[in-house]
Design a protein around this ligand. Structure first.
Ligand SMILES: Cc1cc2nc3c(=O)[nH]c(=O)nc-3n(C[C@H](O)[C@H](O)[C@H](O)COP(=O)(O)OP(=O)(O)OC[C@H]3O[C@@H](n4cnc5c(N)ncnc54)[C@H](O)[C@@H]3O)c2cc1C
Length: 404
């Protein structure tokens, strides 16, 4: 029995390691020279490997019910246990983001690769076509010279997000020819390009904000997170987490509404009314809550920059100031493309796999795991969690298919 795995990233390596229990020969095919290239760039080199709050509802997918089944089958602690059992212990930070104790993505890749002993690795092998042959499959490399026959196949080839790390999308066509639908593939977890006005003097400001994505006047997504104002738009989890809701073909129809006081609106209102603080200038008072550059912006925008003491502000002026901190509008120009995306949406619909085994409902013997499936989590370790969780399910699925 021969198990073929296309893609030696997070999902592929974990699927290979766990498939060992099948007592089968295992082969990994990867187009890159080294395995785990994207994994080695994760978490800015620190590898945000999972999240304590990972659950089906936190993800975007075409089949939330199926995703719920995946999470019920393998609870979060089991995913972390599987990592620890192969030499990757981890711990959560206060906000629930889970990192390896080494805080090193390079170490995580090294440990996964070292666990692949006995598994045949085909580096620099881009698979461009898959054909069914009897109960198994033929995997064709790009020159179609010598196809690789396998009995069971796990596809873990990821998505085209971040092509500079070797990400690619060649297999969608072959999988479509095998009968799967391919949902439109769009960049996700990517910065949003906006009109430079009115934030053109705020480059480099970084703070937590509540960001609402509007299509016309209709709100289609909102999130709270850290954002960074740049010369071309907004970066950081606070916008990346909602970037996939934006249809790049209709970019000009979207705008952002930004609340810079998602956690301090009440405190700020009380401070503006607090008799003990009335001799402070509005500038000084606001500096207790926001970076200085954006305080200047709020005061200029409201025309209150020259006010020396809060007690001279009228109630209407105080409301105007509060509104400036809570309701800023920005015109959207588009999303930064796959080059800047950490992930994607689209690809193989989760609805087309059995969620307890990751086996294709269209083509028996074919399994999927990781980002090739239409499952997207927000920033914070959710996507690697999905890669490992789905890999564990696929490995168990292959094992039961072989033994049944
Ligand atoms: C810069 C960056 C930072 C990130 N940080 C985090 C983070 O901190 N936490 C988090 O949870 N997620 C993070 N992500 C997302 C995370 O890296 C992915 O969700 C995860 O790597 C997906 O795993 P995968 O195994 O499905 O795909 P990948 O890791 O992309 O692996 C796919 C593999 O398949 C190979 N391949 C593709 N097509 C073929 C083919 N046709 N033939 C042969 N081989 C092929 C590729 O070479 C690659 O090795 C980040 C992503 C980026 C780009």
């Amino acid at each position: 029995m021969l198990i073929g795995i296309i893609g030696g990233g997070a999902a592929g390596m974990m699927a290979a390691i766990q498939s060992r229990k099948c007592n089968a020969e295992i082969q990994i095919f990867d187009a890159n020279t080294d395995l785990g290239r994207k994994l080695s760039a994760t978490g800015a080199g620190r590898c945000n490997i999972s999240n304590q709050h990972a659950n089906a509802k936190a993800y975007f997918t075409d089949d939330g019910h199926a995703l719920g089944t995946c999470f019920e089958a393998i609870p979060n602690a089991k995913v972390l246990q599987a990592l620890e059992e192969i030499g990757i212990p981890s711990a959560a930070s206060e906000d629930g983001w889970v990192y390896p104790l080494s805080y090193s993505a390079a170490n995580v890749v090294d440990i996964l690769v070292n666990n692949l002993q006995g598994i045949s690795l085909f580096h620099n092998t881009l698979i461009t076509d898959i054909q069914k042959q009897g109960n198994g499959f033929l995997l064709f490399p790009s020159d179609r010279s010598k196809p690789h026959p396998v009995d069971k196949l796990i596809v873990t080839c990821g998505s085209p997000a971040n092509p500079q790390l070797g990400a690619r999308g060649e297999l969608y066509k072959a999988l479509e020819d095998m009968g799967h639908r391919i949902l439109p593939v769009r960049p996700a977890l990517t910065p949003i390009e906006t009109d430079p006005l009115p934030f053109h003097k705020l480059q480099g400001v970084r703070l937590d904000a509540e960001v609402h994505l509007l299509h016309g006047e209709q709100e289609i997504a909102a999130t709270v997170g850290n954002i960074i104002i740049t010369q071309w738009g907004l970066n950081g989890p606070g916008v990346m987490d909602i970037s996939h809701f934006l249809d790049p073909q209709k970019s000009e129809e979207y705008s952002l509404r930004i609340n810079f006081a998602p956690r301090c609106a009440d405190g700020l209102r009380s401070a503006l009314a607090n008799p003990a603080l009335q001799n402070l200038s509005p500038t000084t008072l606001l500096k207790g809550y926001f970076p200085a550059k954006i305080v200047d912006f709020f005061l200029k925008q409201t025309g209150l920059g020259q006010v020396n003491a809060c007690h001279t502000l009228t109630p209407q002026q105080k409301e105007l100031l509060l509104k400036a901190t809570r309701d800023q509008r920005l015109r959207v120009k588009g999303v930064r493309g796959f080059k800047f995306a950490q992930a994607s949406v689209g690809g193989i619909p989760l609805a087309e796999v059995d969620p307890s085994t990751m086996e294709s409902r269209i083509c028996p013997g074919l399994f999927f795991a990781g980002e090739i499936l239409n499952v997207l989590g927000p920033c914070g370790g959710f996507n690697l969690h999905w890669a490992f969780l789905s890999a564990l399910l696929a490995a168990h699925g292959v094992q039961s298919a072989i033994t049944s």
